[in-house]
Design a protein around this ligand. Structure first.
Ligand code: ZN
Ligand code: ZN
Length: 704
């Protein structure tokens, strides 16, 4: 008991000396101190201060009331803590009950009202305040500016009896956050004296306003005025160099940083790494990082993001893993960067591990982490996990809604997309152009002609979203799929902007589905006028001729392609297993497991024949003998990839295959049968969408 008391006393002494002490931050230490405080009322000050930090707010609140003479200082600290936790009413109640208040209490209460968005109470308190000091005025001005009420802030600034530099700086900062750059510049020039803080906030403001060139000019002026930069200044200037990709100047500033000894300052290190990453100099990123052992998550994340920015995703994921190894728990930005890297390399299993880590750190409901997870899952073929992540996100923003709507669209779950859209509207989230692109592509991929028309009409009339090229492309797709080719052509010709190749390609694809050669030739001609090297257009047209058996036209097109040196991209399919990508070309025999793969293929072929499968020669699209065509078809890359997955994965598990081109019609019918034979769900992402093959059917309804 005595020992415990002594420990508590010591902890208390330390915490009194340094209020920010880490000693009193942990819950267990606090309990010890609390017991000590119960016997020694003089000790309550640091305790009430530290409690709110670990969210034991109710306990903190008890202290001032329990004491016979609660002092102003501890009450003020409690008020600030209440405000930080968005409990304005509790703060106001305590404020009213206080027998004595000083200026700090008043100022804290005013700031609290603004922080919690209750501007009226803020104004009222400011009026009632017995003696306003310069901080009270600045608090009011800051609060007003943060709420976009610049005119009132200006008025108060004019009325302010004594303006110190902080007040001027507040005005400058406020102008920048409200997008009034010119006013900020005017104030900066009018101010009677400028410290390094004023210069730094101007440089930072220019950066935020997308005027990094001006930021650099100002930095030069600052140096010529003999003002010595601080780490905050360097941070902004380096960011400016990164924004304008000025490697030369950045390297020079790096030199200054080293000379002035700021290199180990987190404020400077992190932007410096980001700067080199933006300038594509990843070696220098590592060099800066390796200068010393960092414990700052911001520095680690900047290296991680740097790798990811330079498409070095494997390295990025390694940095992420190292963060755990070196005891630096990743934050929300580290997670989003790592997940984006997973998404780029389609590493679904790695993504799942990261998801697990996010759950452990309590970040799975975070909106930014959640949004990245939705994108990862939906892009890597797992729409169901995407949906459950979406449901878990505590405060969804527009990006979350868009990500899940687009995901449903890619997977052909059009009705889900529409239902989600309804929910989005009910939640009061206004849709933007990405939402509508998602909805329209959902309609096109699910064959919902009328709903698509309805949405397109709505976008055309809905004031706040401009109809974009993508919307037209989707609508052409919807009409084309519905067989309304003339209407689709009319829409293209009536567009207010110049239609681009992707719109004409949408029309051309529709012509292929409905075998309309006349319109196809017109569309292709237009495309060749815009882009004479458009490989997909040549391929579509050549396939159309092949369907029609017009082999001489096929060779004519092939001839043009050859003379223009347009390469047909070879079909490639791949499966990612345990972080490794196994890629196959058509008829590929280079994989180490070739024997097993072809044996599986043969076995499946027999089973399929039993179910009545006859290869559709038309899809071979080679002007060769029929028997040869059949063998070519059987070895299309996606079939090899599926057989590989069948050999290597657990019975009953879902197979996910990615393909760079569109799945051909024959492979499509074959995969439907394979899914039935092996009793597994096979998901194929081709260049146009996701196909979910199950029990002899595909989610695309045979249109893609
Ligand atoms: Zn095929
Ligand atoms: Zn399909």
């Amino acid at each position: 008991m005595i020992r415990k008391f002594k420990v508590a006393q010591r902890l208390f002494d330390i915490s009194r000396t340094i209020l920010h002490t880490k000693v009193a931050k942990s819950s267990r230490c606090l309990t010890v101190i609390t017991n000590y405080v119960k016997q020694n009322t003089a000790a309550y000050i640091p305790v009430t201060f530290n409690h709110p930090k670990i969210r034991r707010l109710n306990e903190a609140f008890v202290f001032p009331n329990k004491l016979s003479y609660p002092d102003v200082y501890s009450c003020t600290k409690t008020i600030q803590a209440f405000v930080r936790n968005n409990r304005l009413n509790d703060a106001l109640k305590l404020f009213e009950e206080m027998p004595v208040r000083d200026a700090v209490t008043w100022n804290s209460m005013i700031k609290g009202c603004f922080d919690c968005g209750n501007l009226e109470s803020g104004f009222k308190l400011f009026e009632e305040m017995p003696e306003r000091n310069v901080v009270s005025w600045t608090t009011m001005i800051n609060g007003l500016l943060r709420h976009g009420r610049t005119e009132e802030a200006e008025q108060l600034f004019r009325e302010m009896p004594l303006k110190d530099e902080a007040a001027w700086n507040s005005m400058i900062y406020g102008y920048f956050i409200n997008g009034r750059v010119e006013d900020a510049v005017r104030f900066f020039h009018e101010m009677p004296s400028r410290s390094v803080i004023s210069w730094s906030s101007m440089i930072n403001g220019f950066n935020q306003a997308g005027k990094s060139d001006d930021a650099l000019v100002l930095f030069r002026q600052m140096l010529s005025c003999g003002v010595r930069p601080t780490s905050v200044t360097f941070s902004s200037v380096i960011t400016a160099c990164a924004n304008v990709r000025n490697l030369h100047l950045g390297v020079k500033i790096h030199g200054h940083v080293v000379k002035l000894g700021y290199l180990s300052d987190t404020y400077v290190t992190a932007p410096l790494i980001t700067f080199y990453a933006h300038c594509k100099d990843i070696d220098s990123c590592c060099k800066v990082f390796k200068e010393k052992m960092h414990s700052s998550v911001v520095v680690w994340t900047s290296l991680l993001t740097g790798y990811s920015l330079n498409c070095k995703h494997e390295e990025a994921l390694e940095v992420f893993a190292d963060m755990f190894r070196f005891g630096v728990p990743p934050n929300q930005s580290s997670f989003t960067s790592a997940l984006n890297s997973c998404c780029e390399v389609e590493a679904l299993d790695r993504g799942k591990e990261i998801n697990g880590a996010a759950v452990k750190l309590g970040l799975e409901t975070d909106v930014f982490v959640g949004n990245s997870l939705i994108v990862l899952y939906t892009k890597c073929g797992n729409i169901y996990d995407g949906l459950s992540i979406f449901k878990e996100i505590a405060e969804k923003n527009i990006v979350s809604w868009n990500a899940i709507i687009v995901g449903c669209a890619q997977h052909g779950y059009g009705m889900w997309a529409l239902i989600l859209f309804n929910q989005m509207i009910r939640h009061g989230v206004p849709p933007d152009d990405i939402t509508f692109t998602g909805l329209l592509s959902a309609c096109s991929r699910s064959g919902m002609l009328d709903k698509g028309r309805c949405i397109f009409d709505f976008v055309s009339r809905y004031g706040s979203v401009k109809v974009k090229l993508e919307h037209y492309a989707c609508m052409v797709d919807i009409l084309g799929r519905g067989g309304k080719l003339n209407e689709a052509e009319e829409l293209v010709r009536s567009m207010p902007m110049e239609p681009n190749t992707s719109i004409w390609l949408a029309l051309l694809s529709a012509c292929k589905v409905h075998s309309n050669l006349n319109l196809a030739e017109r569309a292709a001609e237009t495309i060749f006028n815009i882009d004479p090297d458009c490989s997909p257009a040549y391929m579509l047209l050549s396939n159309l001729y092949a369907f029609a058996g017009r082999w001489s036209d096929v060779s004519r097109i092939r001839g043009v392609m050859k003379s223009r040196r347009i390469m047909k991209e070879p079909g490639r399919s791949w499966v990612t297993l345990k972080g490794h990508r196994h890629e196959f070309l058509s008829g590929d025999r280079s994989h180490p497991m070739t024997t097993e793969i072809y044996r599986k293929l043969e076995w499946i072929g027999e089973k399929m024949k039993g179910l009545g499968y006859v290869p559709d020669q038309v899809f071979a699209l080679h002007d060769v003998e029929d028997e040869q065509k059949e063998t070519l078809l059987l070895y299309h890359s996606e079939r090899l990839a599926i057989c590989f997955a069948l050999v290597c994965t657990v019975k009953g598990s879902t197979i996910i295959v990615m393909k760079n081109l569109r799945v051909c019609g024959d492979c499509h019918s074959a995969i439907k049968l394979i899914a039935k034979v092996v009793q597994r769900e096979i998901i194929v992402r081709d260049s146009s969408r996701f196909h979910h093959f199950k029990d002899g059917f595909c989610s695309c309804g045979d249109y893609w």
